[in-house]
Design a protein around this ligand. Sequence first.
Ligand SMILES: Cc1cc2nc3c(=O)[nH]c(=O)nc-3n(C[C@H](O)[C@H](O)[C@H](O)COP(=O)(O)OP(=O)(O)OC[C@H]3O[C@@H](n4cnc5c(N)ncnc54)[C@H](O)[C@@H]3O)c2cc1C
Ligand code: FES
Length: 369
Amino acid sequence: MSVAHTGRPAEGRRFSLLSLFEAMATPHQLDRYLELVTPMVTVRDLRAEVALVRRSTADTVTLTLRPTRQWRGFRAGQFVQVGVVIDGVRHTRCYSPANAQSSTDGHVELTIKAHPDGLVSQYLHAQARPGLVLDLSQAAGEFTLPSPRPRRLLLVSGGSGITPVLSMLRTLVDEEHVGSITFLHYAYTENDVAYLDELRALADANANVSLVLAYTDQEAGGHLHGFFGLEHLDAVAPWYADAETFLCGPPGLMRGVREVYRELGIEDRLHTEEFAPAAASAEGEAGGAVSFTASGITADNSGATLLEQAEAAGLHPEYGCRMGICFSCTTVKTSGCTRNVRTGDTDTDPDKAIQLCVSVPMGDVALDI
Ligand SMILES: Cc1cc2nc3c(=O)[nH]c(=O)nc-3n(C[C@H](O)[C@H](O)[C@H](O)COP(=O)(O)OP(=O)(O)OC[C@H]3O[C@@H](n4cnc5c(N)ncnc54)[C@H](O)[C@@H]3O)c2cc1C
Ligand code: FES
């Protein structure tokens, strides 16, 4: 009788050896031991080493990361989660690669703005050096270019929101896309524009790419001045109704563009990515109590999100985006009813994993933190 071998024996042996090593390493995974010796050699974990550090404006830092072999690449516009240990505590934040998805070197380029009170962004801005090893997630997110590519594209960004749309621009140029692309970027002044030289070079080298810079705090010839409005849209892309617009920037810019598109009745042509929650998030009803059972703390329910209530109670749950997209804050709710402020869904199941940053309690709730 013949036996058909569908698997690959060498790989099977490697897998059982790996399982054996992992079993021997219990309760810690093998990667926990390897990281003490050589953190870039991992069995399962995806990590990245900082290969290059550049500072193109006073408050931004650009990191070129070399990921471990588990990295599966990204699509322009997506984001990754970066984990970094600060004072012994691991913190995770989302960052959008700025390089082209077609980059062949396998690197990931992140440009991070140091927020005045920001923990991770300040740390990376001040401390990132070649050789620093960071945790990395696979890329995620739906803010991506459609295929086939639209004939006309308007890419709008403000401040650090430049990263996902620059990745789109670089990708389209790499692909030799022939459709019209207008890149409209908002900054306080010219000194605050990351990638200024490259943006100018891309526009100079590609007849279909038009670069428009808008400064809110500087009047300069050849540039727009002030905040986004219909007059800016008419001036830079009079064909906007026939284009797909991709937008990423601070909450004020996002609000302004959304309002104009809503008034024009072309919201379906607007694709957006947020870096920060748009508004203060207290949306629940106060009443009852929130118990953080693992910490032995109980506090009155203020109606704010459970992440904010945990922080107000002196706890430090892990978080990344604070708006329901990265799942870093997922925690088990042991009892009570919560409402997801993004979807409006209520949840009454016990022992259920919920996202603290977008869940508000409806009365008494107990969490396993
Ligand atoms: C999908 C996604 C992609 C992102 N991509 C990038 C990127 O490419 N480059 C980049 O610089 N940032 C990006 N961010 C923002 C980034 O994840 C962090 O929020 C930012 O670096 C601040 O983190 P922090 O630890 O320094 O601040 P924290 O210590 O978490 O916060 C400190 C204070 O700053 C406020 N704050 C936090 N984030 C912002 C923000 N984005 N804008 C204004 N105020 C804020 C907080 O409310 C708090 O008051 C992205 C966020 C998301 C959700
Ligand atoms: S912090 Fe990202 S989902 Fe809650």
